[in-house]
Ligand binder design. Sequence first.
Ligand SMILES: Nc1ncnc2c1ncn2[C@@H]1O[C@H](COP(=O)(O)OP(=O)(O)OP(=O)(O)O)[C@@H](O)[C@H]1O
Ligand SMILES: [Mg+2]
Length: 472
Amino acid sequence: MGERGTSPFPVVAPRRGARGRGRGHAVAPAPLSVWRMTSEQTPVVWPLIATSGLPPTGAQMGVDLLSGGAFYCDPIGWVTDDDIPVTNPNVVVFGKPGRGKSATVKAFALRMLGYGYRTLVLGDTKDEYEPLCRALGVEPIAVGHGLPARVNPLDFGPLGHGWDRLPAAEARRREALVFARWIVLLRGLVGSHHVPFGPVEETAVGEALRLLTGYRSGATRLTEVTVPRLWRALDEPPDALITSCRYADRRHFLDATRTLRDALGSLVKGSLAGLFDDRTTIAVDWRAPIQSLSLSRLEPLGDQAVGIALTCLNSWGQAMREIAEPGDLRIVVRDETWRQMRLGTEALKSLDANLRLSRRDADVQVLLAHKPSDMLTAGDATSQAVAIARDLLHLCDVKVLHGQDQAVGEELGDLLGLTPIAQRVVTGWAVAGKGRALWLVGDRAFKVQTVLTGPELDLTYTNEALTAGRPA
Ligand SMILES: Nc1ncnc2c1ncn2[C@@H]1O[C@H](COP(=O)(O)OP(=O)(O)OP(=O)(O)O)[C@@H](O)[C@H]1O
Ligand SMILES: [Mg+2]
């Protein structure tokens, strides 16, 4: 405290600035306009001015350019913190190609390792997660024609273990979970052929699965089903199936399920053949820090085949997570999500179902796509597909927006509710550098530059094809 009568703040500079050439003296002081408002109103008048920081927990991603501090990403921590407006730990990453979406996700996965998170890459369509896996001492699993790795999307998963010893109530609970997942998968697969999957199809498939697994006959040991077996059961229906679906005769059954059988048949002979049509042959080590399924070999088969592969892996990955131990924290990465979305409304629904489970399973689901409207290309632009896609965006409370072209700006406003100023950050500032992104955490925005270390730059390098053959 200063002496009586003296100000605690000594005058450093006079009000009009120090006198003298070049010292900032102003004869007339600049007119100040006075504004009075509450702290609630200021962000409206001055949007994108540093929001209150997030707690420094989780992966340190880089620099928050609005506050000048470090930016940390901790989706599950954010969900459990009531002060942060985030209710699910799902992350969606958008950005035009080459702006650093995948690199940001890889750095995130790597940095979360120290906090006990393991990573599962559900479909690496460019094999670009392989260097990261190898650096962590894990050999990625390659899926493709002629390779030994098979994944059965109709796998029981851990829910089928010790079925014969389960009390009846637990068996019923597990049955409900397993069958619900299968129906979601088959709906997605059949829907990808633009074939409706209504109550008739659902009953037929459900009954056939119960019959094939032995659940209907009360078997203590359930039999694993594959998509070709299911198709054959529907194509040459046993009498028990016809009666349990309440059809008068075989002809009646065959007529009612024709489109379903044709769709499954073409999947069995086409996209799924030799990849997803037999028992799972891979033994995934769930204690490993990262697991990845490389799919680049499917690339020549086209977008639809890749989309179907992603849908199958999706279902299988979910099965593997069904009885997660408490504290088994996972980051589930779905790179190139848009390919799955292209398959249509039903594929969208199956993704949607996964995202809704993330709170239960303590998973951080990370989706990567180029732009929000990729989510809307689900076949026809029926209002239902669009509604689900919009919903899907709401299921991801954390959005990372890397650079976008001007043309996408409006879409960001329309689909994500981005203000014009925030849109300009994405279409202007973020385009100008790799790893720059606007991070939306609930309704808070952060302008973040992801910083990669030297070794991370090597592990995330994806320009080999562009620079190969060029002199160093
Ligand atoms: N923050 C960063 N700092 C420096 N380099 C970066 C950064 N982020 C990404 N890169 C580099 O930029 C290149 C492209 O990044 P990345 O593969 O992540 O792009 P992408 O957005 O996933 O592209 P695509 O849509 O084609 O998958 C990589 O070689 C990567 O190492
Ligand atoms: Mg990428």
